[in-house]
Design a protein. Structure first.
Length: 233
């Protein structure tokens, strides 16, 4: 079975490009998608997919950052799935696909027919084992670097955001909402109009319980809006 996993960090982003890239190479892939931060692996759709995949299945990502933006979690998950026999494919980083990893290990498995009990045999055996260890560590290092780069992108973005905010403060620009400023939205305007019209404290005949039900607001929001209306009047 072939599965694809697509993830965006917020619902305001578009996930279509990732799905299109996966479907272009794997038209029959069953897509799991969600809007969730990549710095954590505890995501609803990812958890479903992680439990569902089994040995022989293929799991496709548009890029390594879609699996995880936390290097430690990403590396651990990669090898957990690899050891379960799941084939991992990263469209933008094919060099760390599990098939590429397997080939790197297979190519390192050099064998020379020479008796182990001879000095020459023992020496060659030690050399071959050293080469195998090097190839294994090299392949593992490539995978590690890919996830570390993914995390670095998040860290760099966070740092740039902090620097941008600090620069704006130094330049005297207002950051965020001023203290004491009321947040006005279309929803709040409509709700306040209904309170004014129907509440007996203003122009209507309904008590707070009935008015709250009519306007469909939580208790805290309802009384907050009432307080703001009285202050405005």
């Amino acid at each position: 079975m072939i599965y694809g996993y697509a993830r965006i960090s917020t619902k305001q982003q578009s996930i279509d490009r990732q799905i299109r890239n996966i479907k272009t190479q794997y038209p029959t892939a069953v897509i799991f998608q969600e809007a969730f931060t990549g710095t954590k692996l505890n995501r609803p759709e990812w958890n479903k997919l992680y439990k569902k995949v089994k040995e022989g299945d293929t799991l496709v990502f548009d890029s390594v950052s879609r699996m995880s933006r936390n290097a430690e979690d990403g590396i651990n998950t990669y090898f957990e799935l690899y050891n379960r026999g799941v084939n991992l494919v990263f469209i933008k980083e094919h060099h760390i696909d599990t098939e590429a990893y397997k080939k790197a290990l297979a190519n390192s498995g050099i064998k020379i027919e020479l008796a182990d009990d001879t000095n020459e045999g023992k020496l060659i055996k030690e050399i071959i084992e050293a080469i195998n260890r090097f190839m294994y560590e090299k392949a593992s290092d490539d995978i590690t670097k890919a996830f570390e780069q993914s995390q670095k992108e998040v860290d760099d973005l966070s740092q740039r955001t902090k620097e941008g905010i600090e620069t704006a403060r130094i330049d005297g620009k207002q950051i965020g909402q001023k203290k004491g400023t009321k947040l006005t939205t279309k929803k709040s305007i409509i709700a306040k109009e209904k309170i004014l019209k129907h509440s007996k404290d203003f122009n209507g005949s309904l008590d707070d319980t009935d008015c709250m039900e009519l306007v469909k607001l939580s208790r805290n929001t309802y009384y907050k809006y009432k307080k703001e209306l009285k202050e405005e009047m």
